[in-house]
Design a protein around this ligand. Sequence first.
Ligand code: 5AD
Length: 432
Amino acid sequence: MSEKYLYIETYGCQMNDYDSERIKNVIGIPETKDPSKADIIIINTCAIRAKADQKALSSLGKFKNLKKNNPNLIVGMTGCVAQLYGKKLLSNAPHLDFVLGPRSIPKLPEIINNIEIEKTRIVETSYDVEEPFEIMPYHDKGKVTSFLSIQQGCNKTCTYCIVPTVRGKEINRPADDILLEANYLIQKGVKEITLIGQTVNSWKSNGLKFSDLLNLVGELESLERIRFTTSYPRDCTKKLIKAMKTNPKVCSHIHLPVQSGSNNILSKMNRTYTSQWYLDVVNRLKDEIADMAVSSDIIVGFPGETEKDFEQTLKLIEEVEFDTCFSFKYSPRPGTPAAVMENFIDSDIAGKRLSILQEFQRKITYKKNEERAGKIEEVLVEGISKNDPENLMGRTSQNRIVNFAAKNNLVGRLVNVKINNGFQNSLLGTII
Ligand code: 5AD
């Protein structure tokens, strides 16, 4: 029998990247980048905004002909769109063999086996998986940085968000299990671990808090750096700030989505803090931790957002001076409370606000990058630079990309680089 191949397409957040690696590991056949050579095709989808789930559905359409020509081909959809639409997907796409929610990845071998033997079509979107973290990702050797999932699902109730619907209630992975995977990664040569979870800093398990976990991971030898994402502002405790400050491996960067600068909108979003409260947390972080970088997510055009609300968001951006900020036009998601709110914002108006905001932030990011010129930065070298094969690429503790000329054997090492120029998305320097 000839060897079988898996083709997988991944959309969305770090969680999905991580899940795709788990899928590769649990299926256990080599990957191909060419769908026409595949025996199993999987689309791992994202439902965060309407655009993302449309992408997932149109991606599915691409594989119709392959299935027609090869009835033994197995086509599956996993991830958040799979969870959201469930069996409706099977009736809409006759060439789809299975639909599997994000919690059910450990059940994948059994499902594929059943399809092969019984030629059935399967929908698995229940949350009754005993060991949701059972399957580790397929971790490549030679990687300098890696994600490590410490939490699935989300217990927050933000009115715009589909995540709690499609990923279920928060479950926290036990510390021992996290340390086991961390050690495994370190043995493979990983130097920087990014702990991931939907609200990663709300992690708790057996009496331990997230700050304790940072310290436990910090004790692992040969690990140089720890990052974590995404943080929920209300769970940014003094204990956490202290752990970040005292643990030298924890990077000086936090991704802390604010979503809006208007208290009126924050309240409608049910974010459970005010803009002043958010500013206080950011100021505490910046006061306590030298050279602290803060990035954020913002939604514009939330139902009822007035010009004044929008201006308050710009004012908050000006005050914090985010290092980077991802911003999105509000997109109603089925079944969420915000989708049935009044005073929807006209798409053109929301679009205009989005461009104003993005232009405003672009200037701040550029200015902050330019200010690094002349400074010496510690950089963890990740690999060859994308734009110039003569250069290496790495990141500073603040998560800025640095390109610099050097010899290849520095990959995986911490080096000092003198910054010569700051650009919009990266810095250019000389190794010293
Ligand atoms: N519409 C637009 N943006 C959204 N996000 C989450 N839900 C929505 C939505 N319905 C954004 C938030 C979140 C990021 C991952 O996506 O800013 O932090």
